[in-house]
Design a protein around this ligand. Structure first.
Ligand code: MLT
Length: 265
């Protein structure tokens, strides 16, 4: 399905029971809503579940490629308006978490709860910004499939890299389906994002922080800091997973998700 938001056609799916609590899933960089397949199935009977493609990813086009985290947060809030959802559980993984954290800072009244997976509140360091710039150049020079191949080591735990060829192929396929303009635009958007740490103490809805125990991109220490700064937040470490905890250990990830949703009833 498609929503017209801020001049873009945002592709989304809207499944499950309308009468149940709405949960919106925001994917990581540079994937699409399809990365949530192991969660969509399980959530359908327990919630109204919405998942969408962030601008420049999946079937949501990058437009002119001038993407900002602010635009991504506005798109998320715009999608809630479009779907006439007053409040939702907002669940974001990594870049999706950056988007959720900025959206809730701007419009706290739209959140019923937060699930922040493999993400952090701090903005990029100088070193990280320079790495983004180098990645933009590499994507433009060598193309998306070469970037996707190299990215695997950053996002998956060593055991996943060794034993889960199926997951590697899935991830490379999802990444390679995205246009270079979208990938470079998202890299620049992340480099330019604000630090949402100062707003964490004001979050007043139930919050679950999840992190793969072997996540090196947004490590358990970053998750711990989120948990410590958000009043009442709970932290669950997902065993046997790296940065893509929802794909690497869907059983543990889904159990945490369902437990959190049940606690909201
Ligand atoms: C993601 O997984 O969304 C990104 O790798 C996060 C980042 O690069 O900061």
């Amino acid at each position: 399905m498609e929503a017209r938001i801020g001049g873009a056609r945002i592709h989304y799916v809207d499944a499950g029971e309308r009468s149940l609590v709405p949960i919106v899933l925001v994917h990581g960089f540079p994937f699409s809503h399809a990365m949530w397949a192991p969660q969509l199935d399980v959530l359908k009977g327990k919630a109204r579940v919405v998942a969408y493609d962030v601008r420049g990813h999946g079937r949501t086009e990058p437009g002119d490629g001038q993407l900002t985290l602010e635009l991504f947060a506005d798109d998320l809030l715009g999608l809630l308006d479009f779907l006439k959802i007053e409040k939702a559980v907002l669940c974001g993984l990594s870049m999706g978490g950056y988007i959720v954290l900025r959206a809730v800072e701007k419009a706290p009244q739209r959140a019923r709860g937060l699930i922040l997976a493999d993400t952090k509140s701090e903005a990029d360091s100088n070193e990280a910004k320079l790495k983004r710039a180098a990645t933009v150049s590499a994507v433009k020079k060598d193309g998306v499939p070469a970037f996707a191949e190299g990215f695997m080591k950053a996002i998956f735990a060593p055991e996943t890299l060794e034993k889960r060829r199926d997951l590697l192929e899935l991830a490379k396929g999802l990444i390679s389906a995205n246009p270079p303009l979208g990938i470079c635009g998202a890299l620049l958007a992340m480099a330019g994002r604000t630090d949402t740490t100062p707003g964490l103490a004001k979050i007043a809805v139930p919050t679950l922080v999840l992190v793969g125990e072997q996540d090196t991109l947004t490590p358990p220490a970053a998750a711990k800091s989120l948990q410590e700064n958000i009043p009442g937040a709970k932290l669950k470490v997902i065993p046997g997973a790296g940065h893509m905890s929802n794909l690497e250990n869907p059983e543990a990830f889904n159990a945490a998700l369902l437990g959190f949703l049940a606690s909201l009833q």
